[in-house]
Every structure is written in structure tokens, then in C-alpha cells.
Ligand binder design. Structure first.
Ligand code: NDP
Length: 295
């Protein structure tokens, strides 16, 4: 079997185009262009690239992207003040605090994320938005798992009644992913929901057998190529969230070449899940602008 490649880059381009069109309509109705404020603390090169890419993507979609920079040693108080200032600024619709915050500076990441106004929380990290998602009445959906839902929907891959295994239980990817696919319905209807979900992690006994039982396997671990072909059920769909730098190459959490021999469909790294995350951030920013203009 040679797996079909699920082209996240292509789907992300489609979504960005759709968001761009909706932004045009929103602005044509008399509203100001949506505005996303990104907060970048310190000089981490990867974070700088992410923030720059997000700003460029905003611009292409007609969204205003502002970047607020603080030095690595700005401290908790100054960062909180900036977040509160952005919360109070009516020209800012979405707020994104780029993670990770600099290490060795004693930042309390949780307190910072909790301070973001839930109506401007386009990353969907606030406990209010997480709670709404848990109850099946989401406001914002977290960008990476929502991108995966969109990818599955547009590739016409149903999850309903299927066994899904999510490997990794982070608050950003694994947990919300599991929750979204276990709901009765989701942003793309009941077909990309209603799964029987297993959430695996580092204490899972016999991870290989757990993975092999899944019709859809989603790896969000952060360990290069740890999911090997023998851990995949023949014909399964494999979604690789991992982005790991190995030498000068980016590799996923799945051994791509091996998995292609067993799976029916698979996302590549790069060009799979990664581009979808930014596309869904744009979607959330437009949604935030609409919510705020309605309130
Ligand atoms: P975290 O480090 O927050 O979480 C990793 C999870 O993997 C934890 O739940 C951990 O288990 C689990 N884990 C670690 N080792 C093993 C193991 N040997 N067996 C089973 N489970 C294991 O990672 P993130 O969720 O933030 O990110 C995961 C990957 O996805 C990274 O490569 C990251 O770069 C990438 N990523 C990609 C995005 C994109 O846009 N494509 C967006 C966000 C992340 P435990 O809880 O027990 O410690």
C-alpha cells in the first residue's frame, strides 16, 4: 500500500483564501480590518520566525498584524501590564502571547495566559474557552487541532464510530484534539466527531498495541520518528503533528517512509499540519472581530 499524502499546505491555502474573502466582506460592511496583536518576549529565533510568519499571513488575509516586543528580562509584571493594555484596547481583536516564554526568567506562563480576555483569546488557551469546548459549545477552537479537523473534513475522512488514538496529552494539541473528536458534533459536523478516542501518553502501557488498534492515529509527542510502521494498523489514517529539528532537517513524530507502506493516508512534515495552524489563527481572529463588533 502506498499512502495518500494529505496536503496540509494546500488545504491551508484554501482556508486562508476563504478567510481573506470573509475579511473583505466584513470590512465592506463598514467594520475596521480585524487586528491581531502578537506579544514576543525575548529573542528566541524560532519564536521570531513564527511571529513574523503569522504577521505576514495576517497581512495577506487583510488582517492587521501588530507585534509587541519585550526584552527577555521584562518580567511578569510588565508582561501582564501589556496583556491588560491589549485587553482594554478596542482596536485589538485577538491577542497571542508567543510561547515559550524565556526560560530562567521566572515567568508564570499560566498567569499570563489566564490574563488574556477570553473574547480575544484566539489561541483558545483561556480556561473559559477550554471549558466551553469541553461542554461541546465552543467559542474559539484551538488552532492546531481545529486545523486537523478541517483537513480530515476536506479529505472526506470520517471519524464517526472510528477508533482514534491521540498520542500526547498537552493542553495545546493532544487534550483538545481528543475532546473535539469525542464530541457529538464539531465545526465540520458530526462526521469529524463521534469518535471513540484513546488519549495515550508516556505512561501508556504497550503504546504500540494501543496505536495499532486505531483507525486514525494522531501523533503529537515531539519525538522524532518514534511512531514506526509496526505501530500502525494497515489502512489507518496517520496525522503527524510533530515538528522536530534533526540536524538541518525537519521531521515528524512518525517514520514517514515506513508509515507510507502501511497507512492509507498520511500528513507529511513539513507541509502537513503546520500550515493549518496559522490558517486557523486567522479564522479565529476574524471570528473575534465579529464577536466584538456584535457585542
Ligand atoms: P508537549 O511536550 O507539551 O507534550 C508531549 C506529549 O507527548 C506529552 O503528553 C507526553 O506525555 C507525550 N510523550 C512524550 N514521550 C512519549 C512517549 N515516549 N510515549 C508516549 N507519549 C509520550 O508537546 P506539544 O503537544 O506541545 O507538541 C508535540 C509536538 O507537536 C512537538 O513536536 C511540537 O513541535 C509539535 N507541534 C506542532 C504544531 C503544529 O503547528 N504543527 C503546533 C504545536 C505543537 P506525558 O504527558 O506523560 O509527559
Amino acid at each position: 500500500m502506498m499512502a495518500e499524502k494529505l496536503d496540509g499546505k494546500q488545504v491551508a491555502a484554501e482556508i486562508r483564501e476563504e478567510v481573506g474573502e470573509q475579511v473583505k466582506q466584513f470590512v465592506a460592511s463598514g467594520a475596521p480590518a480585524p487586528c491581531l496583536a502578537a506579544v514576543l518576549v525575548g529573542e528566541d529565533p524560532a519564536s521570531q520566525v513564527y511571529v513574523r510568519n503569522k504577521a505576514r499571513a495576517c497581512e495577506k488575509a487583510g488582517i492587521e498584524g501588530r507585534t509587541h516586543r519585550l526584552p527577555a528580562d521584562a518580567g511578569q509584571k510588565q508582561l501582564l501590564e501589556l496583556v491588560n493594555q491589549l485587553n482594554a484596547d478596542p482596536t485589538v481583536n485577538g491577542i497571542l502571547v508567543q510561547l515559550p516564554l524565556p526560560s530562567g526568567q521566572d515567568y508564570d506562563e499560566r498567569e499570563i495566559l489566564d490574563a488574556v480576555d477570553p473574547l480575544k483569546d484566539v489561541d483558545a488557551f483561556s480556561p473559559v474557552n477550554v471549558g466551553l469546548l469541553m461542554q461541546g459549545r465552543p467559542r474559539f477552537l484551538p488552532c492546531t487541532p481545529h486545523g486537523i479537523v478541517q483537513l480530515l473534513h476536506r479529505a472526506k475522512i470520517s471519524c464517526s464510530g472510528k477508533k482514534v488514538c491521540v498520542v500526547g496529552r498537552s493542553d495545546i494539541v493532544g487534550k483538545p484534539m481528543a475532546m473535539m473528536l469525542a464530541q457529538k458534533s464539531g465545526s465540520c459536523g458530526p462526521d469529524v466527531a463521534n469518535a471513540t478516542v484513546t488519549l495515550a501518553h508516556s505512561r501508556t502501557a504497550d503504546l504500540a498495541a494501543t496505536c495499532r488498534d486505531a483507525d486514525i492515529l494522531i501523533a503529537a509527542v515531539g519525538r522524532p520518528e518514534m511512531i514506526t510502521a509496526d505501530m500502525i494498523k494497515p489502512g489507518a489514517v496517520v496525522i503527524d503533528v510533530g515538528i522536530n529539528r534533526v540536524g538541518d532537517k525537519l521531521v515528524g513524530d512518525v517514520d514517514y517512509a515506513g508509515a507510507c507502506e502501511v497507512a492509507s493516508a498520511i500528513t507529511p512534515v513539513p507541509g502537513g499540519v503546520g500550515p493549518l495552524t496559522i490558517a486557523m489563527l486567522l479564522h479565529n481572529t476574524l471570528m473575534a472581530a465579529k464577536l466584538q463588533s456584535a457585542s
